[in-house]
Design a protein around this ligand. Structure first.
Ligand code: ATP
Ligand code: MG
Length: 269
Protein backbone atom coordinates (compact mmCIF):
# COMPACT_ATOMS: atom_id res chain seq x y z
CA UNK A 1 0.00 0.00 0.00
CA UNK A 2 2.70 2.35 1.00
CA UNK A 3 4.82 1.88 -2.11
CA UNK A 4 1.92 2.90 -4.32
CA UNK A 5 1.04 5.73 -1.93
CA UNK A 6 4.54 7.07 -2.01
CA UNK A 7 4.48 7.36 -5.76
CA UNK A 8 4.22 11.12 -6.16
CA UNK A 9 1.86 11.64 -3.23
CA UNK A 10 2.19 14.17 -0.43
CA UNK A 11 2.67 12.50 2.95
CA UNK A 12 -0.21 13.07 5.37
CA UNK A 13 2.16 13.59 8.28
CA UNK A 14 5.82 14.34 7.78
CA UNK A 15 8.69 15.12 10.16
CA UNK A 16 11.85 16.71 8.82
CA UNK A 17 14.98 16.65 10.98
CA UNK A 18 12.94 16.84 14.15
CA UNK A 19 14.84 17.23 17.47
CA UNK A 20 13.82 17.61 21.11
CA UNK A 21 16.40 18.32 23.77
CA UNK A 22 15.67 18.41 27.48
CA UNK A 23 18.76 20.22 28.78
CA UNK A 24 21.63 17.96 27.79
CA UNK A 25 19.35 15.00 26.99
CA UNK A 26 18.71 14.47 23.30
CA UNK A 27 15.33 12.76 23.62
CA UNK A 28 14.75 12.94 19.84
CA UNK A 29 17.59 13.67 17.46
CA UNK A 30 17.18 14.50 13.79
CA UNK A 31 14.28 12.19 12.93
CA UNK A 32 12.63 12.18 9.49
CA UNK A 33 9.36 10.34 8.97
CA UNK A 34 6.64 10.13 6.35
CA UNK A 35 3.18 8.71 6.97
CA UNK A 36 0.86 8.35 3.97
CA UNK A 37 -2.94 8.28 3.90
CA UNK A 38 -4.11 4.73 4.46
CA UNK A 39 -1.08 3.62 6.47
CA UNK A 40 -1.03 1.78 9.73
CA UNK A 41 2.32 3.21 10.71
CA UNK A 42 4.10 1.62 13.68
CA UNK A 43 6.62 3.36 15.92
CA UNK A 44 8.75 1.03 17.99
CA UNK A 45 11.84 1.27 20.16
CA UNK A 46 13.01 0.42 23.66
CA UNK A 47 11.77 2.33 26.72
CA UNK A 48 13.02 5.91 26.68
CA UNK A 49 13.76 5.80 22.93
CA UNK A 50 11.81 9.03 22.36
CA UNK A 51 8.57 7.63 20.91
CA UNK A 52 6.14 9.61 23.09
CA UNK A 53 8.26 12.75 22.78
CA UNK A 54 8.08 12.35 19.01
CA UNK A 55 4.26 12.09 19.13
CA UNK A 56 4.10 15.10 21.45
CA UNK A 57 5.87 17.18 18.82
CA UNK A 58 3.50 15.99 16.08
CA UNK A 59 0.47 17.08 18.14
CA UNK A 60 1.78 20.42 19.43
CA UNK A 61 2.17 19.21 23.02
CA UNK A 62 5.94 19.81 22.77
CA UNK A 63 7.65 22.38 20.58
CA UNK A 64 10.57 20.83 18.70
CA UNK A 65 14.05 22.15 19.49
CA UNK A 66 14.78 21.90 15.77
CA UNK A 67 13.10 20.58 12.64
CA UNK A 68 9.71 20.84 10.97
CA UNK A 69 6.41 19.01 10.99
CA UNK A 70 4.03 19.05 8.03
CA UNK A 71 0.42 17.88 7.84
CA UNK A 72 -0.96 17.31 4.37
CA UNK A 73 1.71 19.62 2.99
CA UNK A 74 1.09 22.46 5.49
CA UNK A 75 3.72 23.27 8.09
CA UNK A 76 2.27 22.82 11.58
CA UNK A 77 5.49 23.24 13.60
CA UNK A 78 4.86 25.36 16.69
CA UNK A 79 1.06 25.21 16.52
CA UNK A 80 -0.85 24.68 19.78
CA UNK A 81 -2.46 21.30 20.55
CA UNK A 82 -5.91 22.89 20.01
CA UNK A 83 -4.97 24.16 16.56
CA UNK A 84 -3.48 20.79 15.65
CA UNK A 85 -6.68 19.07 16.85
CA UNK A 86 -8.75 21.41 14.66
CA UNK A 87 -6.81 20.00 11.71
CA UNK A 88 -8.28 16.61 12.65
CA UNK A 89 -5.10 15.13 14.07
CA UNK A 90 -6.37 13.11 17.02
CA UNK A 91 -4.43 11.23 19.65
CA UNK A 92 -4.59 9.11 22.75
CA UNK A 93 -2.10 9.22 25.59
CA UNK A 94 0.24 6.63 27.04
CA UNK A 95 -1.05 7.65 30.48
CA UNK A 96 -4.77 7.33 29.93
CA UNK A 97 -6.52 10.70 29.95
CA UNK A 98 -10.25 10.39 30.37
CA UNK A 99 -12.69 11.97 32.82
CA UNK A 100 -13.38 9.22 35.32
CA UNK A 101 -16.30 11.00 37.00
CA UNK A 102 -18.14 11.56 33.75
CA UNK A 103 -20.13 8.98 31.83
CA UNK A 104 -18.76 7.24 28.77
CA UNK A 105 -21.12 9.24 26.55
CA UNK A 106 -20.04 12.54 28.13
CA UNK A 107 -16.38 11.65 27.61
CA UNK A 108 -16.96 11.06 23.91
CA UNK A 109 -19.10 14.18 23.50
CA UNK A 110 -16.15 16.28 24.68
CA UNK A 111 -14.27 15.10 21.60
CA UNK A 112 -17.04 16.52 19.38
CA UNK A 113 -16.86 20.01 20.83
CA UNK A 114 -14.13 21.17 18.55
CA UNK A 115 -16.78 21.06 15.80
CA UNK A 116 -19.62 22.82 17.63
CA UNK A 117 -20.37 26.56 17.68
CA UNK A 118 -22.45 27.21 20.78
CA UNK A 119 -20.70 28.78 23.78
CA UNK A 120 -21.19 28.95 27.54
CA UNK A 121 -23.90 31.62 27.24
CA UNK A 122 -25.79 29.38 24.78
CA UNK A 123 -25.55 26.51 27.25
CA UNK A 124 -26.86 28.62 30.16
CA UNK A 125 -29.68 30.11 28.10
CA UNK A 126 -30.41 26.80 26.35
CA UNK A 127 -30.53 28.52 22.99
CA UNK A 128 -31.47 26.84 19.77
CA UNK A 129 -27.80 26.68 18.69
CA UNK A 130 -27.00 24.88 21.95
CA UNK A 131 -29.85 22.39 21.55
CA UNK A 132 -28.81 21.66 17.97
CA UNK A 133 -25.21 21.13 19.00
CA UNK A 134 -26.32 18.88 21.83
CA UNK A 135 -28.39 16.76 19.50
CA UNK A 136 -25.55 16.56 16.99
CA UNK A 137 -22.86 15.63 19.55
CA UNK A 138 -25.10 13.05 21.24
CA UNK A 139 -26.04 11.35 17.98
CA UNK A 140 -22.49 11.36 16.73
CA UNK A 141 -21.06 10.07 20.03
CA UNK A 142 -23.61 7.26 20.15
CA UNK A 143 -22.68 6.30 16.61
CA UNK A 144 -19.01 6.08 17.63
CA UNK A 145 -19.80 4.13 20.81
CA UNK A 146 -21.79 1.71 18.71
CA UNK A 147 -18.89 1.37 16.28
CA UNK A 148 -16.40 0.66 19.07
CA UNK A 149 -18.79 -1.72 20.86
CA UNK A 150 -19.33 0.41 23.96
CA UNK A 151 -22.92 1.61 23.56
CA UNK A 152 -24.14 -0.51 26.49
CA UNK A 153 -21.80 1.53 28.74
CA UNK A 154 -23.03 4.93 27.56
CA UNK A 155 -24.34 5.96 30.99
CA UNK A 156 -21.63 4.25 33.06
CA UNK A 157 -19.11 6.41 34.85
CA UNK A 158 -15.86 5.92 32.94
CA UNK A 159 -13.92 5.31 36.16
CA UNK A 160 -16.04 2.24 36.92
CA UNK A 161 -14.97 0.42 33.75
CA UNK A 162 -12.06 -1.99 33.41
CA UNK A 163 -8.80 -0.34 32.43
CA UNK A 164 -8.91 -1.87 28.97
CA UNK A 165 -12.41 -0.50 28.36
CA UNK A 166 -11.35 2.93 29.61
CA UNK A 167 -8.64 2.91 26.97
CA UNK A 168 -11.28 2.24 24.35
CA UNK A 169 -13.30 5.21 25.65
CA UNK A 170 -10.25 7.38 25.03
CA UNK A 171 -10.03 6.08 21.45
CA UNK A 172 -13.76 6.77 21.00
CA UNK A 173 -13.20 10.36 22.14
CA UNK A 174 -10.34 10.73 19.64
CA UNK A 175 -12.62 9.40 16.89
CA UNK A 176 -15.17 12.11 17.71
CA UNK A 177 -12.68 14.57 16.25
CA UNK A 178 -13.23 12.95 12.83
CA UNK A 179 -9.51 12.29 12.59
CA UNK A 180 -7.63 12.41 9.35
CA UNK A 181 -4.92 10.67 11.33
CA UNK A 182 -5.22 8.90 14.65
CA UNK A 183 -2.10 8.74 16.83
CA UNK A 184 -2.26 5.99 19.45
CA UNK A 185 0.39 5.86 22.18
CA UNK A 186 0.58 2.28 23.48
CA UNK A 187 -3.17 1.67 23.22
CA UNK A 188 -2.87 -1.87 24.58
CA UNK A 189 -0.93 -0.90 27.72
CA UNK A 190 -2.63 -2.40 30.77
CA UNK A 191 -4.95 -4.59 28.72
CA UNK A 192 -5.23 -8.34 29.17
CA UNK A 193 -4.44 -10.56 26.14
CA UNK A 194 -8.11 -10.88 25.17
CA UNK A 195 -8.65 -7.11 25.31
CA UNK A 196 -5.41 -6.57 23.38
CA UNK A 197 -6.50 -8.89 20.61
CA UNK A 198 -9.89 -7.26 20.32
CA UNK A 199 -8.29 -3.80 20.28
CA UNK A 200 -5.85 -4.79 17.57
CA UNK A 201 -8.68 -6.17 15.44
CA UNK A 202 -10.54 -2.93 16.00
CA UNK A 203 -7.53 -0.86 14.87
CA UNK A 204 -7.28 -2.99 11.74
CA UNK A 205 -10.99 -2.51 11.05
CA UNK A 206 -10.65 1.27 11.45
CA UNK A 207 -7.85 1.19 8.92
CA UNK A 208 -9.98 -0.90 6.57
CA UNK A 209 -12.63 1.84 6.89
CA UNK A 210 -10.09 4.40 5.66
CA UNK A 211 -8.57 5.76 8.87
CA UNK A 212 -4.85 6.50 8.77
CA UNK A 213 -3.26 5.33 12.00
CA UNK A 214 0.10 5.86 13.68
CA UNK A 215 0.64 3.59 16.64
CA UNK A 216 3.37 3.31 19.25
CA UNK A 217 3.19 -0.28 20.39
CA UNK A 218 5.34 -2.86 22.14
CA UNK A 219 3.21 -5.79 20.94
CA UNK A 220 5.54 -6.94 18.16
CA UNK A 221 3.12 -9.49 16.83
CA UNK A 222 0.63 -6.71 16.12
CA UNK A 223 3.26 -4.31 14.76
CA UNK A 224 4.82 -6.87 12.43
CA UNK A 225 1.53 -8.24 11.18
CA UNK A 226 -0.57 -5.09 10.93
CA UNK A 227 1.68 -2.13 10.19
CA UNK A 228 2.70 -1.51 6.58
CA UNK A 229 5.52 0.88 7.58
CA UNK A 230 7.51 1.02 10.80
CA UNK A 231 9.81 3.65 12.34
CA UNK A 232 12.38 2.28 14.74
CA UNK A 233 13.86 4.67 17.31
CA UNK A 234 16.71 4.02 19.71
CA UNK A 235 18.19 6.59 22.08
CA UNK A 236 16.25 9.31 20.25
CA UNK A 237 17.64 8.42 16.85
CA UNK A 238 16.03 6.78 13.87
CA UNK A 239 17.52 3.38 13.15
CA UNK A 240 15.22 2.60 10.27
CA UNK A 241 11.92 3.44 8.61
CA UNK A 242 10.71 0.58 6.47
CA UNK A 243 8.48 -2.40 5.92
CA UNK A 244 8.10 -5.13 8.55
CA UNK A 245 10.44 -7.33 6.50
CA UNK A 246 13.10 -4.61 6.37
CA UNK A 247 12.76 -4.09 10.11
CA UNK A 248 12.97 -7.81 10.80
CA UNK A 249 16.11 -8.21 8.71
CA UNK A 250 17.99 -5.15 9.99
CA UNK A 251 20.86 -6.21 12.29
CA UNK A 252 20.87 -2.88 14.17
CA UNK A 253 17.18 -3.27 14.98
CA UNK A 254 17.78 -6.83 16.07
CA UNK A 255 20.44 -5.84 18.59
CA UNK A 256 18.68 -2.67 19.81
CA UNK A 257 15.25 -4.13 20.16
CA UNK A 258 14.84 -7.79 19.53
CA UNK A 259 18.05 -8.54 21.37
CA UNK A 260 16.12 -8.08 24.59
CA UNK A 261 14.66 -11.55 24.85
CA UNK A 262 12.69 -11.65 21.61
CA UNK A 263 13.87 -12.45 18.13
CA UNK A 264 12.09 -10.87 15.21
CA UNK A 265 11.14 -14.20 13.72
CA UNK A 266 9.11 -15.04 16.81
CA UNK A 267 7.17 -11.84 16.50
CA UNK A 268 5.99 -12.55 12.98
CA UNK A 269 4.79 -16.11 13.50
N1 ATP B 1 9.12 16.49 29.85
C1 ATP B 1 10.31 15.90 29.92
N2 ATP B 1 11.33 16.46 30.58
C2 ATP B 1 12.55 15.88 30.63
N3 ATP B 1 12.86 14.69 30.04
C3 ATP B 1 11.88 14.08 29.39
C4 ATP B 1 10.56 14.63 29.28
N4 ATP B 1 9.78 13.79 28.54
C5 ATP B 1 10.59 12.75 28.21
N5 ATP B 1 11.83 12.92 28.71
C6 ATP B 1 12.96 12.01 28.52
O1 ATP B 1 13.13 11.84 27.12
C7 ATP B 1 13.49 10.49 26.83
C8 ATP B 1 12.47 9.90 25.89
O2 ATP B 1 11.26 9.73 26.59
P1 ATP B 1 9.93 9.21 25.91
O3 ATP B 1 8.87 9.25 26.95
O4 ATP B 1 9.71 9.96 24.66
O5 ATP B 1 10.33 7.70 25.56
P2 ATP B 1 9.42 6.51 25.01
O6 ATP B 1 10.13 5.94 23.84
O7 ATP B 1 8.03 6.96 24.83
O8 ATP B 1 9.52 5.45 26.21
P3 ATP B 1 8.44 4.41 26.79
O9 ATP B 1 8.48 3.19 25.89
O10 ATP B 1 8.93 4.09 28.16
O11 ATP B 1 7.09 5.09 26.80
C9 ATP B 1 13.58 9.76 28.17
O12 ATP B 1 14.92 9.75 28.57
C10 ATP B 1 12.71 10.61 29.08
O13 ATP B 1 13.15 10.52 30.41
MG1 MG C 1 6.23 6.47 25.64
Amino acid sequence: MSERNMNGRTPLLEAQGICKYFGGLKAVENVDMKIYAGDIFGIIGPNGAGKTTFFNMCTGNFQPTKGKIFFDGEEITGMSPETVAQKHIARTFQNLQIFKFMTVLENVKIGCHIKTRSNLADAILHTRAYREDERYTTEKSLEILNRIGLSSYRDTLAGNLSYGTQRKVEIARAMALEPKILLLDEPAAGMNPLETRSLMEFIQSLNADGYTIAVIEHDMKFVMNSCNRILVLNFGQKILEGTPTEVKNNPEVQSAYFGKGMVAGEAIQ
